[in-house]
Design a protein around this ligand. Structure first.
Ligand code: BDR
Ligand code: CA
Length: 341
């Protein structure tokens, strides 16, 4: 029964990660932490509160995080996720505000309240977590496990030629988190699991997956999105959750068609959520990992020293293989069943 602390920059794919965690019968979601990334942190919080309002979970704490990376100004990516971060979705206006505690406080206090039980999941820049560890270096030892979406190892970057978005926005944050784990090597603290682009770009959602999601939710009409008319208007699915998610992801399909390999969308963050719930869905390879901070061409690049040339201990487990079809089957059943209820 994983207890999950979810730190995200919602975000279209973060949205599905959130829905998966809410939907999963074995997951207890402890809090949702908003970090600046795809859109500013305040907007991320509005999105998180909006999704929770839509599914009737206004009991769940949302904590606002830092509004800028550790050492550089914030860059956001509205061209990828839409002006508000959730594509074309129109989420309900939240009727409540964030929690009184910050995201960094939540990392510290929630892991103290549940020592050894909390699964941390970060699907945005790691700013909140790095700040939290600065103030409370005991966090890694209190986590049951930590999963971060980010990095690119043998794969082209999606932000610079070699860097992935979550790391590129705040390279210092990933650097600090990875160094914190390096210092703990040999103490029995579970190494963080990294879900890099190499793998997450193989997890491609298609319009057919959305049709299956609508079916699984018992949504009528079943056509949540017409594959024949990909530029068609808003979703007409009768189920509000399916409708909102379809409107969100249509923007992502259009972005990928323009900049990537077709009318698909990479489900980076939902895949990381699946790994957080059950790490056996991925093959993991341990290695010393660090982040380039100074290279004029390579700042924000993740580097894995598989041959141990640095003489440093392993500080991370890299997800290197998975079964994307099995992932989508699980995701559709879980979120579809939740939407149906
Ligand atoms: C990551 O970047 C963000 O835009 C996505 O939400 C995902 O977390 C992929 O590089
Ligand atoms: Ca994200």
């Amino acid at each position: 029964m994983p207890k999950v602390l979810f730190d995200c920059d919602t975000g279209i794919d973060d949205s599905l990660a959130l829905l998966y965690l809410l939907a999963h019968p074995e997951v207890t979601l402890l809090a949702v932490l908003s970090t600046a990334g795809n859109v500013p942190a305040q907007q991320v919080s509005q999105n998180n509160l909006g999704w929770l309002e839509l599914v009737g979970r206004d009991d769940l704490e949302v904590c606002l995080g830092a509004d800028a990376p550790l050492a550089t100004p914030l860059m956001t990516t509205e061209d990828t996720h839409g002006p508000l971060g959730v594509g074309y979705a129109e989420l309900p206006t939240p009727r409540r505000a964030e929690s009184h505690r910050t995201a960094a406080q939540a990392w510290s206090e929630i892991t103290r309240a549940h020592p050894g039980e909390v699964v941390g999941l970060v699907t945005g820049p790691a700013t909140n977590l790095a700040l939290a560890i600065r103030g409370d270096p005991g966090i890694p030892a209190r986590l049951r496990r930590l999963v971060l979406m980010g990095g690119a190892f043998h794969h082209a970057g999606n932000t610079t030629p070699t860097s992935e978005w979550n790391v590129a926005v705040d390279p210092e944050a990933w650097h600090e988190v990875l160094h914190a784990y390096e210092e703990l090597a040999g103490t029995g603290v579970a190494l963080p699991i990294l879900c890099p682009l190499d793998l997450t770009e193989t997890v491609e959602m298609t319009p057919d997956h959305l049709l299956r999601l609508a079916d699984a939710a018992g949504s009528t009409p079943a056509e949540a999105l017409s594959a024949d008319d990909p530029d068609g208007g808003r979703s007409v699915a009768s189920n509000p959750l399916v409708r909102a998610f379809t409107d969100a992801v249509r923007f992502y399909f259009e972005f990928h068609r323009e900049h990537d390999s077709g009318y698909i969308a990479h489900m980076h963050d939902p895949f990381a959520a699946a790994v957080a719930v059950d790490p056996t869905v991925a093959t993991l390879l341990d290695a010393p990992v660090d982040v380039e901070l100074t290279g004029s061409l390579t700042r924000g690049t993740t580097v894995a020293d598989h041959r141990h040339m640095w003489g440093r201990p392993d500080n991370a487990r890299i997800a290197v293989a998975t079964d994307p079809a099995a992932f989508f089957d699980r995701m559709i059943d879980t979120v579809g069943g939740y939407a149906r209820d």
